[in-house]
Design a protein around this ligand. Structure first.
Ligand SMILES: *[C@@H]1O[C@H](CO)[C@@H](O)[C@H](O)[C@H]1NC(C)=O
Ligand SMILES: *[C@@H]1O[C@H](CO)[C@@H](O)[C@H](O)[C@H]1NC(C)=O
Ligand SMILES: *[C@@H]1O[C@H](CO)[C@@H](O)[C@H](O)[C@H]1NC(C)=O
Ligand SMILES: *[C@@H]1O[C@H](CO)[C@@H](O)[C@H](O)[C@H]1NC(C)=O
Ligand SMILES: *[C@@H]1O[C@H](CO)[C@@H](O)[C@H](O)[C@H]1NC(C)=O
Ligand SMILES: *[C@@H]1O[C@H](CO)[C@@H](O)[C@H](O)[C@H]1NC(C)=O
Ligand SMILES: *[C@@H]1O[C@H](CO)[C@@H](O)[C@H](O)[C@H]1NC(C)=O
Ligand SMILES: [Fe+2]
Length: 540
């Protein structure tokens, strides 16, 4: 794709102190985790960026249907478990919402992708499957929804790092325009995607559009979306919205959603994700409980996941390779205990990772284990207690999370203890959705939540006991920014993860209020395979 922009970064207060305060082994002037742990930094809140994030109205052309009949729309690409295969997804036909909805017949429109390495004359064709889903509310006055026809087609036998042109649709009805995507580089020690964008908690506000514009300008090869996608659950079925989940319409018999919001999101994202593969993991806003206790139906129906290809039987967890990086996509809102299917799958998946082929091991899930904001403070402790040992023993290098609507990067940490072999945990729940930004920190006077209020009812259990060691011994919260927190800031933005080789990856975080290429936080994450013995196959 286009030439990569040079990495520029603004010398923030934190960095200038850092540069003056120590003499580290910088790589090209950029700090590395080898000089860590760093003293905690909090960037003060910029009060000029207040105000609610507001969703695009349905009159915005970016969310409107621009096709007719059964022409494909909401086109996206996602990866299979390896470079030689991808999924193409799209939607045909119109959704219906209201009283007398009649689901479309998914078999009435074919699922075909024609593709090849040149834009004239297709050398290959693949067929897939189609489905529809309903969102049903058996209550007086609530509207039901039935989707357009959702198509998923898997392309196989692709060459690595190759530009493919494609058209999708039903050849006897309508095919799409021509789009293109590039496959991931070959899976191997010296082969990496140039830039992986990481975003969370996107929603569909004007601030989301800034995040996505900036991300597009930074030319990612792959987008990771760490949960909380359309925020359709901030709406009633009649399309009236609210700015927060817990305060929205408590009088309704079931928590309503407005499913057209998903279609708006799919349309808005198409310019990016029809050419850059997107990999999504579920967040709490995808739960969308409806009639008969069905959950996650829009999430599981609309996206294609390499679940089967990675030995998972669930859309809630899976894994894939992108060059020499093995990504673990984990589910926080499904069982994760040591006896669960997910845990058993994870053990098996980890045991197959060969660090001479994929030296980098990156894990993502929605709610962070190491966040110091008041919002969702220690909410995922039971998941941490269940899974942290396993991830640590296999030497996970980096963890990406969302959920908390702000940015934070940890020092290397394991079991709340600074540990040179623990992962760096990065929270990027700052995509710009219409809920409140996270601003207060649990270590500030009066901002430590009551322990009993911290569990999430969809995750179950209480595991966030008071600390038994360190400066916060006997307490639920620290009385200053915890030592495991290296950098935190309440601004909207996105991150770019650039693996350079088997030891060095550059992480940059880009605030929306800066130029897209400027990084507010920048660090080389450096692996030390010789110092950090791990389980599993060959350690490189
Ligand atoms: C969100 O976007 C609006 C303009 O659309 C801007 O005024 C506001 O500052 C942005 N908020 C943040 C936190 O960046
Ligand atoms: C919505 O679907 C439910 C479940 O099938 C049904 O009970 C209800 O009457 C439907 N509502 C409307 C408005 O059609
Ligand atoms: C949707 O329903 C709510 C609650 O009944 C009502 O206040 C609101 O005006 C309705 N919105 C529309 C667009 O009808
Ligand atoms: C839905 O879940 C509730 C609580 O777990 C249970 O009591 C109820 O029987 C379930 N309903 C259906 C239709 O499965
Ligand atoms: C984590 O730390 C807690 C508290 O210090 C301790 O009880 C527990 O055994 C530790 N867990 C592991 C796996 O080391
Ligand atoms: C845990 O710490 C909080 C203060 O952070 C304190 O109020 C509470 O009593 C402690 N609980 C126990 C069981 O020690
Ligand atoms: C890896 O990349 C970093 C940053 O570009 C560089 O400083 C280092 O020398 C490289 N190491 C190897 C083994 O190529
Ligand atoms: Fe969330």
């Amino acid at each position: 794709m286009a030439a990569m922009p040079p990495v520029l970064f603004r010398v923030s207060l934190a960095l200038s102190c850092f540069l003056l305060c120590s003499e580290p082994a910088l790589v090209g002037g950029i700090p590395t985790t080898l000089e860590g742990p760093f003293p905690p930094v909090t960037v003060p809140l910029d009060k000029s960026f207040r105000g609610n994030a507001v969703d695009l109205p349905d009159t915005d052309r970016r969310v409107q249907r621009t096709v007719s009949g059964f022409e494909p729309e909401q086109i996206s690409v996602s990866l299979s478990s390896n470079y030689n295969s991808v999924w193409i997804s799209w939607i045909t036909g119109e959704f219906q919402i209201g009283d007398n909805i009649a689901p479309l017949d998914p078999n009435s429109v074919g699922s075909v992708v024609s593709y090849g390495v040149s834009s004239s004359g297709w050398s290959h064709q693949a067929t897939g499957y189609s489905l529809i889903y309903n969102q049903l509310y058996p209550f007086e006055g609530l509207k039901n929804y039935t989707s357009g026809i959702i198509h998923h087609v898997r392309l196989k036998g692709l060459k690595p790092n190759t530009l493919y042109y494609y058209q999708c649709g039903d050849p006897s009805i309508a095919m799409s325009d021509i789009y293109y995507f590039r496959t991931m580089p070959v899976t191997g020690l010296r082969s990496y995607p140039s830039r992986v964008a990481v975003v969370g908690d996107l929603g569909l506000t004007y601030n989301t559009t800034s995040t996505v514009d900036h991300m597009l300008s930074n030319h990612p090869d792959l987008v990771l979306l760490v949960g909380d996608v359309s925020y359709a659950d901030l709406y009633l079925t009649n399309g009236t919205g609210a700015d927060c989940y817990s305060c929205s319409f408590p009088q309704t018999p079931i928590h309503e959603t407005y499913q057209p919001q998903w279609d708006y999101w799919g349309r808005f994202m198409q310019p990016l994700v029809s050419k850059v593969p997107i990999m999504v993991i579920e967040g709490n806003h995808e739960i969308e409980k409806q009639a008969e206790n069905q959950t996650f139906v829009a999430y599981s129906s609309r996206f294609a996941f390499p679940s089967k290809e990675s030995g998972s039987s669930s859309t809630f967890y899976y894994s894939f390779n992108a060059g020499g990086i093995h990504f673990l996509m984990l589910g926080a809102y499904i069982s994760y205990d040591k006896s669960s299917d997910q845990y058993r799958w994870l053990e098996k998946d980890l045991s197959k990772v060969d660090r001479e082929v994929t030296p980098w091991l990156v894990a993502t899930w929605h709610p962070p284990w190491y966040s110091t904001y008041t919002a969702h403070y220690r909410e995922a402790e039971c998941m941490r207690v269940a899974m942290e040992d396993l991830l640590y023993s296999y030497g996970v290098d980096v963890v990406f999370n969302g959920h908390v609507h702000a940015y934070e990067r940890s020092n290397r940490v394991y079991n709340y203890t600074l540990d040179p072999c623990g992962p760096v945990h990065i929270t990027v729940g700052d995509g710009g959705n219409r809920e409140k930004m996270a601003i207060t920190h649990a270590d500030e006077p009066g901002n430590c939540p009551d322990p009993s209020t911290t569990p999430d009812k969809y995750m179950g259990g209480f595991c966030a006991f008071n600390f038994t060691s360190g400066p916060a011994t006997g307490k639920f919260c620290w009385d200053r920014q915890p030592e495991y927190s290296a950098y935190r800031e309440s601004s909207f933005g996105h991150g770019i993860f650039e693996v350079k080789n088997e030891t060095h990856a550059l992480w940059t975080w880009h605030r929306n209020q800066d130029l897209y290429k400027y990084a507010g936080d920048v660090i080389y994450i450096v692996r030390q395979p010789d110092k950090c013995p791990i389980k599993g196959k060959r350690n490189i």
